[in-house]
Design a protein around this ligand. Sequence first.
Ligand code: GCV
Length: 713
Amino acid sequence: MLKKLVLFVVLLFCLKSFANDGYKLWLQYDYIKNENLRSEYQAATSNLMSFGTSETIKIALKELELGLNGMLGSGYKSASNNSVLIFGNKTNLSDDILQKLGNSFTEINDEGYIITSFFLKEKNHIVISGKTDAGVLYGVFNFLKHIQTQKSIKTLNIKDSPKIDIRVLNHWDNLDRTVERGYSGFSIWDWHRLPDYLDPRYTDYARANASIGINGTVLNNVNANALILTPQYLDKVEALANVFRPYGIKVYLTARFSAPIEIGGLETADPYNKDVIQWWAEKTKEIYERIPDFGGYLVKANSEGQPGPQNYDRNHVDGANMLATALEPYNGVVMWRAFVYSEHDVTDRAKQAYSEFVPYDGQFKDNVLVQVKNGPIDFQPHEPFHPMFGAMPKTPLMMEFQITQEYLGQSTHSIYLPKQYEEILNSDTYRKGKGSTVAKVIDGSLHDKKLTGIAGVSNIGNDMNWTGNPMLQANWYGYGRLAWNPYLSAEDIAEDWLRSTFSNDKRFIEPVKKMMMTTTEAVVNYMTPFGLHHIMATGHHYGPGPWVSNLSRPEWNPVYYHKADSLGVGFDRTPTGSHATEQYAPEVAKKFNDLKSISDEDLLWFHHVAWDYKMKNGKTLWNNMALKYQEGVDQVKQMMETWENIEPFVDEQRYNNIKMLLEIQYKEAKWWRDACLLYFQEYSNMPLPESVEKPSQTLDYFQSLSFPFAPGN
Ligand code: GCV
């Protein structure tokens, strides 16, 4: 015991640095203490030679210098002169280097890169190249990641390209700087002081995104304000686009469908009206005159009160194609969202997007992508994959993940989301036989798509550490990495993130990585086990509210989703219920329909199950439900213990931030467990199993809680 204590204290003093506000994200570039490694890196990188004069190449050089100075010490350059590190795009490299690279360039796409090492003219060479300067910059970041994660660079032969074309963040940021579902402060876009004041944070934002391969940003909320399209705001958008361009990042805007009325002085926004068509053509031209590489429009139409083509008896195709025509001359795209549900269809909200969109397959113009949320309801802790994936072979479908945690404890709960993304991407749609995964739909390989895209609803705000909780930087990072390559493993990404953000020490990495990999399971357990969903409190979605039943639209009420009664709980979506399973391929539908083959985690999503139903482990549904809630709480407790044990490896500031947040998460996990079990017990009428802690309060107490100023509304 004493020995352990001494070791702990020694480690604390040797390893610890004290202040780190997390602003540098995963680009910490900490000094490498291992001398052998450092001299390997120093020998290879002491002579940097850049080819090309673009801003992007200058940024690449600056980044290399920053990273290498940080990791190897500022005097590193004098170490050797028989090595050279060359970077530049293909057109700027000399013939002898190109000859050495052979036909490598045929193996990468326009954003891809090559990192290779060879011996030439008495010198060891490392060459980082691509077909474009953006490719070179991605290569430079990847090379630095190698050093950050302490991999050998003795022999390098890397060729890598993004598998998805459009890799964007969606900011739900409003012009008044509030952020819808944002839990990390206010918007980083300081609209009032733009375009003249360029906050250095814009550059840091672009740099962080480029380091993980994100190549686009939708600046404003999908619940859009038409003012963003006025000259006053386009000046500001243009200023941001100029900052982002050298980092390979395009700007996109959300287009409010009724903008021709609101800022154009027209009486209609009917997509068939000539003046409306003309208005969008001119507006689009105006944007491209300012921003020649503008990406295009993201549209939320006829959803949750937003205007759209249906206001004029037109449909999604009419609306999307009208905007696509305006963008076509400039190679811009429309990202048309499929997040729609109507109060008039009370059968099953989960079915509506598929019912509305799948019949339009093949009718959208070539520059339209339909953007689909990962699951059929709305970013729940667990959802089955959205049935539209694989069901529209002639239409490019974009994935929309939520990085911000609207339904997952907001920014206080430490949840590692790439684990959830990985599960969705690996789901098999069976649309072209076994192995037709969602990832293959998204990267276009399943149906041979030319245009591909992925979007992540950002968790970024103006908090010093960007994401409100240092652990949640991993979700931004992991989203970017999966957007580049949807086949990567969440666990490998977690390891890279931990090494780049905190420490390369195995005694830190192994336990924390293990902890991260359990977090999505934990949140499902303490919020919505066995396929329960949308039982959060109203509006802000903070905390439990399974009892809510008084909202005007049926599908806004949690009771609509869990359907608890004296017989059982769950939403029957099989052929005896809403028939939603029929929207999946027969193999998938069969698995979901059958109580014997459905996974426990999807059970109540698809079935109304008796409280005393014996589950696969032989216990009743009620007992299992209670035990799962308890397990979720225990998992958070375990996370706290893991974190306490790694204290010597993390600076005091981030250690304490995360520690306090985990304590909140633990408190709230217990709140979820107690409130939900007390509520469902009213229907099950069954006692809690012995090993489940007794609730700390009454159901009345939990129902009386209110949070009028919960953030993110
Ligand atoms: C931007 C959910 C959220 C809304 C969000 C909407 C959407 O309903 O609660 O805040 O609106 O999804 O994705 O459009």
